[in-house]
Design a binder for this molecule. Structure first.
Ligand SMILES: Cc1cc2nc3c(=O)[nH]c(=O)nc-3n(C[C@H](O)[C@H](O)[C@H](O)COP(=O)(O)OP(=O)(O)OC[C@H]3O[C@@H](n4cnc5c(N)ncnc54)[C@H](O)[C@@H]3O)c2cc1C
Length: 512
């Protein structure tokens, strides 16, 4: 075991969406030394960056992935991609740059999390972005690290133009900016890409920050556990080049993402006492909420074989448009999404695209556990077990199927191959499908949720500080009390902006 050198002021575990934003913000203070640890590799220059990370036209699923699997619904297993590289999941994702609804953040605050209401988080959402289309709107920013734009009609694929036109025919309004807090309807997706280039956290936040001498980006180091002295976190133990390494810091910020953050906590003896004991680990803090409260977006895919094979180009942008709307009778605005996915299957297979119905406001919760101290997380989302989730997702599937039957998109469809039309299309049939086949929108969060200490399921307080321990902060998708009504990357950047700025401007609140 090597005990490497001087203590850092702040040691961040995980160079993903939130961790990179925190590192960039905290290192603006030249008096704070910052270490950013990452299990995966680092590509410091764009010219050395592999194409799967540069090319935002499709997700990267294999070359920079953790190889996790999950159980979306009882008895089914599927892969659960997560980025393992400097940039984290933002470096492998679809680059949809959508904010949650203002009410999501107001609800987080109403649960006892001061500083997270819409009025509080809007400045962070503005600060993180450079919106090229609406730079002067009062709710947008024009000079942040993450460039965002929308495909104009002239760059849209025919299937996306047809989707938007069909939505208009079905009386959904046209929505030029899906990030307008009052907006709904169909239109271009806001996306953090420039041509093909994915504006990941590595590109947007770290490329300019890595010049700073007080920021140390340390790749290829997988943190095994936190080092604790009594109730105080004093550093981490990680694997580096086949050896155990110890790194010490005045403050540790865990930003390993919603699947790995609870794993690192459990391995360190932080979790429900009985679960920690079953792992054979000494209990450091009895925090029952670790790994619970898993919140995500259940989705289904309506698979359509197309009439004209020339429509399907696996090298084209995978997505360009979005429909946000509200389920009938729901009091949660924009709790549903329908997305047109440009291509599906494999080259050489039947030429197909997808239309994906997604539930955006989820009531149900899953959980994450560890079978043994060195195992990968066991993730069970328990999608659509809550009747309210199942009902609204099933309604959204029926709304999606309409696009395959009427209007300009339907004209492109030769046959729907899933759900099999021969197997019944009633609401009850579709609910059964949702309970069986719903899968993740890849937006897990909530597994170390923030909340006041009186809430026995809360893991950290509203500043990200771990309940019951000192000098340990969690700041990533895990701390969300529940999934917002949007793809989660921008909200993770926002969490990084919030905690990063608090650390930089009010270090005493974090014992610095
Ligand atoms: C394929 C895919 C497509 C997606 N598409 C979109 C999209 O288009 N739009 C959107 O909004 N959201 C999308 N998401 C979700 C979004 O990218 C995530 O919600 C977000 O990036 C999570 O940020 P995070 O900081 O919580 O975690 P991550 O960005 O996952 O960062 C965690 C980091 O910690 C590192 N790490 C983990 N454990 C350890 C350890 N023990 N030691 C050291 N390092 C560790 C990881 O390697 C990773 O780099 C997608 C996700 C995936 C996987």
């Amino acid at each position: 075991m090597t005990d490497s050198g001087p203590a850092y002021d702040v040691l961040i575990v995980g160079a993903g969406s939130a961790g990179s934003a925190i590192a960039a913000r905290v290192s603006e203070n030249p008096n704070l030394s910052v270490a950013l640890l990452e299990a995966g590799p680092d590509y410091a220059r764009l010219s050395d960056t592999p194409d799967d990370l540069v090319n935002s036209h499709n997700n990267s699923y294999r070359d920079h992935d953790w190889g996790f699997s999950y159980e979306p619904t009882a008895g089914r297993q599927d892969r659960f991609p997560r980025g393992r590289v400097v940039g984290g999941s933002s470096a492998v994702n679809t680059t949809i740059a959508l904010r949650g609804m203002p009410e999501d953040y107001d609800e987080w605050a109403a649960l006892g999390n001061e500083g997270w209401a819409w009025a509080d988080v809007l400045p962070a959402f503005k600060r993180l972005e450079r919106d090229l289309d609406f730079p002067h709107a009062p709710y947008h920013g024009d000079s942040g690290p993450i460039t965002i734009r929308r495909y104009p009609d002239s760059e849209m694929l025919p299937q996306h133009l047809a989707f938007i036109e069909a939505a208009r025919d079905f009386d959904y309004p046209y929505c030029a900016d899906a990030n307008d807090p009052d907006g709904w309807g169909a239109g271009p997706h806001p996306m953090n890409k420039l041509a093909r280039l994915r504006i990941s956290a590595a590109v947007g936040y770290l490329a300019p920050a890595r010049l700073r001498s007080n920021l140390h980006i340390l790749p290829d180091r997988e943190v095994q556990r936190l080092l604790l002295q009594g109730r105080r976190c004093v550093g981490v133990e990680c694997r580096h080049q086949g050896q155990n390494q110890t790194l010490r810091a005045r403050l540790v910020v865990l930003a390993a993402g919603a699947l790995m953050t609870p794993v690192v906590l459990l391995r360190s003896g932080i979790g429900a006492a009985a679960e920690v004991a079953a792992l054979g680990v000494e209990l450091a803090a009895d925090v029952p909420g670790v790994g619970k409260n898993l919140s995500d977006h259940p989705a289904l895919a309506v698979v359509c074989e197309v009439r004209d094979p020339k429509l399907i180009d696996f090298d084209a942008p995978i997505i360009q448009s979005i429909l946000r709307y509200t389920a009938p009778g729901s009091d949660k605005r924009n709790d549903l999404q329908i997305e047109q996915i440009s291509f599906a299957g494999r080259p050489g297979g039947p030429p197909s695209f997808l239309i994906a119905p997604v539930l955006e406001y989820q009531y149900g919760r899953g959980q994450l556990t560890l079978d043994s101290v060195n195992s990968a997380p066991r993730v069970a989302n328990r999608f659509c077990e809550d009747q309210r989730d199942c009902d609204r997702l099933a309604g959204c599937v029926l709304d999606t199927l309409r696009f395959t039957r009427e209007g300009p998109l339907a004209e492109m469809v030769a046959a729907v191959t899933f759900p099999d039309p021969a197997r019944g299309g009633s609401l009850e049939d579709i609910k059964m499908l949702c309970r069986k086949y719903a899968g993740s929108g890849y937006h897990p969060c909530g597994t170390a949720k923030m909340g006041p200490v009186e809430d026995s399921t809360a893991v950290v307080d509203a500043r990200g500080r771990m309940h019951g321990l000192e000098q340990l902060v969690v700041a990533d998708a895990s701390i969300m009390p529940f999934v917002p009504r949007a793809n989660t990357n921008l909200t993770c950047f926002m969490i990084g902006e919030q905690v990063g700025e608090w650390l930089r401007t009010q270090p005493a609140d974090y014992g610095l």
